[in-house]
Ligand binder design. Structure first.
Ligand SMILES: *[C@@H]1O[C@H](CO)[C@@H](O)[C@H](O)[C@H]1NC(C)=O
Ligand SMILES: *[C@@H]1O[C@H](CO)[C@@H](O)[C@H](O)[C@H]1NC(C)=O
Length: 675
């Protein structure tokens, strides 16, 4: 065995050396032409796939912005060369979204690539690919120079056109032609590549303009050293029907990579792309939600109904079209206690979810829905569980009959943390059963106040299937998912109003109108946006705190009732006062916004109070009128000042800044990761 391996290893190395020499020789002309000054790092775009570049090892400069789901990545650590180079670099943590130089090294194809979520990039699984690459920091070893220009493969190759190559691929190998165990070949090839090859400078790999005849099979032009080594293809199931083949193929590969047959460099790209990329959906992009299904596993439900529930889940998953670019779905089952079966990133397509759902067993026990909702609020939507941040969080709670614990409060907390709660109640309590229900009408109390939209009541388990489409439609109606946090419903806004003598009674009315007009734009309630106000001169006074009024009309009336004080202008002290009297009572899950309106320079120093506000996470907008000092506004305002400070020359022009203030508040909100 040892000798056999050594012999093989030697022959592989030999083959590489031969190829290398011929490769360099035949590319002399080319190498000369593309020679550039030393230290030039070639640049590529985010969408460039590794397979497109022929060089086996190179340093490139990636632009910013490659952390975008539109650039596809396959694998983890080792990536299929079908992946975006730069996006894979972000996934592997070598690069961040601001771009930079990376070192890319091609390695052998794999029999399976595992998708994962890492550094803001979701990579996908792929059964196999003929070539891979790894990415590392661009620290070239001493004495090694990397190419200053890259060699790209031509995308179209007449020699690799469908008919011929496909046929060759479809044919099982000639009996007697022995296929080597792939893993060993890969290991050897990889080793030979990295240890035995001298590092050429600059290295332009075997990119010949006229393809040399290759022993043993067809291959596409887009190849490198790997593809010039002879491997023998052996279909694991030559009898597979064309229709079923693609599914079996990818599934087998994902589940049992070791058993999948790999023909390195053998399969033309076109063949693989249709075989292994098409069947796995990227998901419906019009329904990008992070969804948790909370299913009822209590003893009372019974085996048969539990099966119906699982079928419902499968149907919903299918109708949703699960995928990394669309909705993601996890499942939690509750009984006495809740337990997660799988999170958002465990199964990222409807087909895998179906298989997983089929395997779920009933837990039994009570029907502790409230406990389960608490559990989901605390645990399910973490980043580690695959929460994408940019997608609304949705929980669909399935309840057979009624819960055995309280749900109203826990649901409210779930909603306040930005989760949209849906209830599907099946075979709810009938009249003579209502005495057993702890919270009558629990479903309506548990969901968002905009009623009806979030709760379904289904008469019978056997009619549940009719709810699939309506539920999917509502879950995907992301514009109406009002329970989720938005820029308008998730803030505690404290107005700090200058009531100094210079303002005057008439202008003070205008200021109050301005405060009311801004407030009107928000959704106001005790669980949505709350408003508070402070008026100041030399002194300060709390007009009303965040918890005083919880409807919009009450807030607007309270603003109109604020009486003009008149006096000096101690803006610094007013900011300090607002922090202590208003914002200290802000809820932890609310965004704290301070909107300060002044018409003149402060008598005291605003610097330290302003810094304290910024430090405490209070986003501060400074609105100056007439004699207000621009430099002071900029000190008060949160950075960048140009987005947080406004100046108008007279009170009558205040109204003009309302839309811009709202817009900036929302822009800033939307640029933050949600939930
Ligand atoms: C090729 O595949 C066939 C059919 O699955 C199998 O019987 C045969 O042993 C394989 N040959 C080699 C060399 O692996
Ligand atoms: C407030 O809104 C009303 C009605 O849209 C408008 O007439 C008024 O000019 C606005 N005033 C301020 C100061 O924004």
């Amino acid at each position: 065995m040892g000798i056999a391996v050594l012999t093989m290893k030697a022959s592989v190395i030999e083959m590489f050396l031969v190829l290398l020499v011929t490769g360099i020789h035949s590319n002399k002309e080319m190498t000369k032409k593309i020679k550039r000054p030393k230290n030039t790092v070639p640049q590529i775009n985010c969408d460039i796939k590794a397979g497109k570049i022929i060089n086996p090892e190179f340093i490139v400069k990636c632009p910013p912005g490659c952390q975008d789901p539109k650039y596809h990545v396959y694998g983890t650590g080792v990536y299929a060369s079908y992946s975006s180079v730069c996006s894979a670099a972000v996934h592997s943590g070598v690069l961040d979204n601001s771009g930079g130089d990376i070192l890319v090294r091609k390695v052998a194809g794999q029999s399976g690539y595992r998708g994962s979520y890492s550094n803001g990039v979701q990579s996908l699984s792929l059964p196999r690919w003929r070539e891979s690459f790894i990415v590392s920091e661009s620290k070239p070893p001493k004495g090694v120079t990397y190419p200053s220009a890259l060699t790209y493969s031509s995308s179209k190759n007449p020699a690799a056109k469908a008919g011929e190559t496909t046929k060759a691929y479809e044919n099982p190998s000639v009996p007697g032609a022995s296929a080597q165990p792939v893993t060993m070949m890969q290991a050897l090839a990889a080793e030979a590549m990295h240890t035995a090859l001298p590092k050429p400078t600059p290295f332009v790999a075997a990119a010949t303009s006229s393809p040399r005849p290759q022993p043993g099979g067809h291959r596409s032009q887009e190849r490198d050293l790997w593809s010039t080594t002879t491997y023998t293809s052996n279909r694991s199931s030559p009898s597979a029907k064309p229709g079923t083949q693609r599914q079996d193929f990818s599934r087998a590969a994902v589940q049992k990579p070791a058993e999948t047959d790999v023909s390195l460099g053998f399969v033309p790209k076109e063949e693989l792309s249709t075989q292994s990329l098409e069947p796995v959906s990227r998901g419906d992009p019009n329904c990008k939600v992070d969804l948790s299904f909370l299913i009822d596993g209590s003893s009372s439900i019974g085996k048969r109904r539990f099966r119906i529930q699982k079928q419902f889940l499968t149907d919903v998953a299918e109708a949703l079209d699960i995928g990394p670019a669309g909705p993601l779905m996890g499942v939690v089952q509750y009984g006495d206690n809740p337990a997660t079966h799988f999170n958002l990133k465990t199964h990222m397509n409807s087909r895998d979810l179906k298989t997983a759902i089929e395997k779920i067993n009933q837990r039994g026990g009570l029907s502790n829905v409230g406990r389960a909702i608490s559990f989901v609020t605390k645990n399910f939507f973490s980043k580690a569980s695959g929460n994408r941040g940019g997608a609304p969080n949705v929980v669909v709670v399935m309840v057979d009959g009624w819960p055995t614990d309280k749900v109203e409060e826990t649901s409210r907390l779930a909603r306040e943390s930005g989760i949209n709660v849906f209830f599907v109640t099946i075979e709810g309590a009938v009249e003579n059963e209502e005495q057993y229900v702890m919270e009558p009408n629990f479903a309506n109390k548990a969901v968002c106040r905009t009623n009806g939209f979030y709760s379904f009541s289904v008469q019978s388990w056997f009619g549940l299937h009719k709810t699939v489409q309506p539920l999917v439609k509502r879950v995907c109606d992301t514009d109406r998912l009002a329970c989720s946090k938005t820029c308008l419903n998730s803030a505690d806004i404290g107005f700090v109003i200058d009531g100094s003598s210079s303002v005057g009674t008439g202008n003070f009315r205008t200021v109050l109108q301005f405060v009311a007009n801004i407030s009107k734009e928000f959704e106001i309630s005790d669980t949505d946006t709350r408003i508070g106000a402070v008026q100041y001169t030399y002194e300060q006074r709390l007009e009303f705190g965040f918890d005083k009024y919880n409807t919009k009309p009450d807030v607007i009336n309270a603003i109109k009732r604020v009486g003009y004080w008149s006096g000096g202008t101690s803006t610094g002290a007013a900011i300090q006062y607002a922090l202590e009297q208003l914002f200290k009572k802000s809820k932890p899950n609310k965004r704290k916004l301070m909107i300060l309106i002044t018409d003149g320079r402060s008598y005291d120093d605003v610097r330290i109070p302003a810094m304290a506000a910024h430090h405490k996470g209070v986003i501060t907008y400074a609105i100056g009128v007439a004699w207000a000092a621009q430099d002071e506004l900029e000190i008060i305002a949160t950075y960048p000042a140009r987005d947080h400070s406004f100046f108008v020359d007279e009170f009558d022009n205040l109204y003009k800044s309302v839309p811009r203030i709202i817009q900036n508040i929302c822009t800033e909100f939307n640029s933050q990761p949600r939930n």
